[in-house]
Design a protein around this ligand. Sequence first.
Ligand code: CAA
Length: 240
Amino acid sequence: MARVALVTGGTRGIGAEISIALQTAGRTVVATYASNDQAAEAFSKVTGIKVYRFNAAKFEECSDALKKIVAEVGPIEILVNNAGITRDGTLQKMDRDMWDAVIDTNLGSCYNLCKLTFDSMRNAKFGRIVSIGSVNGQAGQYGQVNYAAAKSGIHGFTKALAQEGARFGITVNAIAPGYVDTEMVRAVPPEVLQKIIARIPVGRLGKPTDISRGVVFLTADDCDFVTGSTLSINGGQHMY
Ligand code: CAA
């Protein structure tokens, strides 16, 4: 039986590429999304991947959805915490809602999904968890105190949970992407983005496949000695 992989925010951007890569690797993939029905339906139609709509930032919604997913598809053995948003602005202009939205979606969702899948992974004596952090969680970024804090939180969360999962065959890792060519990055003002690209030694934005290949590596059945690590995939922008 193929193992079941769940990818939050798995119907668009980097998440969509991760869903496809895991499917290609032989996993039964479930992709979740928060609101864009049209994109999710189109993605599901092209890939055949089942999609489920719920807000990963809300524990109750996650809990209800997980019950349904487990009943319809099976227990989750591979979890990719990819759901993420930006609400950029200097601290001066950042109101509390911008802070809460990013912390709850980018970091709170990791708690929600891990909490709801960890027990069954423990019972199965197998689990693979990969959370998508960011170069901006490692290095900081002007205008992103919320995003940098959430992504940096993911890196700490990963190291702590890795210690709890190790004796149950559960590995917990993070990937810290650099600037990848997605809608999120295209929303950065062009003059700012040009300066950022100029600081990437490889000289280009990342591609979603640069990230998905890392997820396939970290979630492989025999990748059982890599845990608590953060894999930087950033074209050399930040060497950690
Ligand atoms: N360092 C120091 N000063 C900076 C700066 C920087 N990096 N960037 C801007 N400033 C300065 C500006 O020069 C300007 O100074 P003056 O007023 O003296 O000219 C001042 O700060 C205000 O700058 P802005 O006019 O840009 O301010 P704004 O409020 O209009 O916009 C911002 C601020 C929204 C943060 C905008 O600069 C921005 O969008 N920056 C990009 C943020 C970013 O990289 N986001 C990443 C999104 S993608 C992602 O997050 C994925 C991932 O994981 C990598």
